[in-house]
Design a protein around this ligand. Structure first.
Ligand code: AFP
Length: 335
């Protein structure tokens, strides 16, 4: 059978699920930008793209050269096509306006251009995460876009995905009817469907958490992780393995592939910040993908996709992955 490229998959989605043509175009443009980022990432020291800039982003993090480059690639690719009303990025303080000379469209694009950027200089997987929302009011979206247009709960996402730049470059995508995985065929220059209908196993014996923060966690997380570590002799009665890549994209990708539970809990070092990860750029798109693959995602107390955002750069605690374990750690928070 002939191979199904991303373009063909999207056209078939238009026929079978009425995926609008401008959404199809949007996904193709994002995928093209991810190919360009993948190319830059793979050059490494040869392309002079390693190392940091002198700037900090709105999160107070020093920007890597590839953070800035990836952000520019996504902005430039998506400005002119007429499919967007605006964009927001983890790397920018405010919403990005579509330049006046271009038409505007019905969608908002939100992204983390290079997730896991501390991995770049050590040649470990990184990725790009994106989320697509509808502009709430098309008339109100024809002028400048303010932050409030983006502040929609994750349930309103019409598409979400990520590209992972690892041993292979892959694009994982949901349009709200399951999760598909595409592998970049570098000879053809196309993403090809290689992982159809991805499902996360309900139970797992693998967890992902940054253990170095253990002393700063809240009681329910301490309890849960102690039980995981107690293994067969503990209350859970089985041995668990641990993995931590320090790039959410890579940890989530492993969970989509073979199951697991990923946790980035609230941390008492910065009590005013409810977690490290960003709701709009990381938690919402990943939660949409995880739920579409049969997994679960909460902040310990509620479903992440139900959270009403209050600001663009809002942070959130995250527990996501195999349903049984996410339900267990969520129940410990609610006890
Ligand atoms: P960046 O997007 O700023 O590179 O941060 C990566 C990240 O938000 C997420 O992808 C990782 O899971 C997490 O940080 C790693 O955090 P630690 O530094 O605590 O390992």
């Amino acid at each position: 059978m002939s191979r199904v490229t991303l373009s063909r998959y999207l056209i078939e989605q238009t026929r079978s699920h009425n995926t609008p043509a401008d959404l199809r175009f949007l996904i193709e443009v994002v995928a093209r930008a991810c190919k360009a980022i993948s190319h830059q990432v793979s050059k490494g020291a040869l392309g002079g793209v390693l190392g940091s800039t002198d700037n900090e982003n709105v999160q107070g993090e020093v920007q890597k050269k590839l953070d800035v480059l990836s952000n520019e690639i996504l902005l430039e690719a998506n400005e002119w096509g007429g499919h967007l009303a605006g964009m927001a990025s983890e790397e920018m303080d405010n919403a990005h306006q579509i330049p006046g000379q271009y038409p505007k469209g019905a969608y908002l694009l939100v992204f983390d251009p290079l997730d896991g950027s501390s991995n770049i200089d050590v040649n470990v997987s990184v990725g790009t995460i994106f989320s697509v929302l509808r502009c709430p009011d098309l008339n109100g979206c024809s002028g400048d876009i303010g932050e409030e247009a983006f502040l929609q709960p994750g349930t309103q996402q019409v598409a979400a995905g990520y590209a992972i730049y690892g041993p292979q470059t892959m694009l994982m995508l949901t349009l709200g009817n399951g999760v598909k995985g595409f592998t970049l065929d570098r000879e053809l220059g196309s993403f090809v469907l290689t992982h159809d209908d991805i499902r996360i196993p309900q139970s797992t014996a693998e967890f992902a958490i940054n253990m170095s923060n253990q002393r700063h966690w809240e009681a329910p997380v301490k309890r849960y992780v102690e039980e995981l570590l107690a293994g067969q002799e503990g209350p859970l009665g089985k041995n668990y393995n641990m993995r931590w890549v320090a790039a959410m994209v890579a940890d989530v990708h492993r969970i989509l592939t073979r199951g697991g539970v990923f946790m980035y809990p609230r941390d008492s070092r910065e009590p005013d910040k409810p977690g490290k990860l960003r709701l709009m750029y990381e938690a919402n798109p990943m939660s949409f993908i995880i739920e579409q693959a049969g997994g679960a995602s909460t902040n310990g107390y509620q479903r992440i996709l139900d959270i009403q955002p209050t600001s663009l750069h809002q942070r959130v605690a995250v527990f996501l992955g195999s349903r049984e374990e996410v339900e267990r750690v969520t129940a410990y928070h609610q006890a």
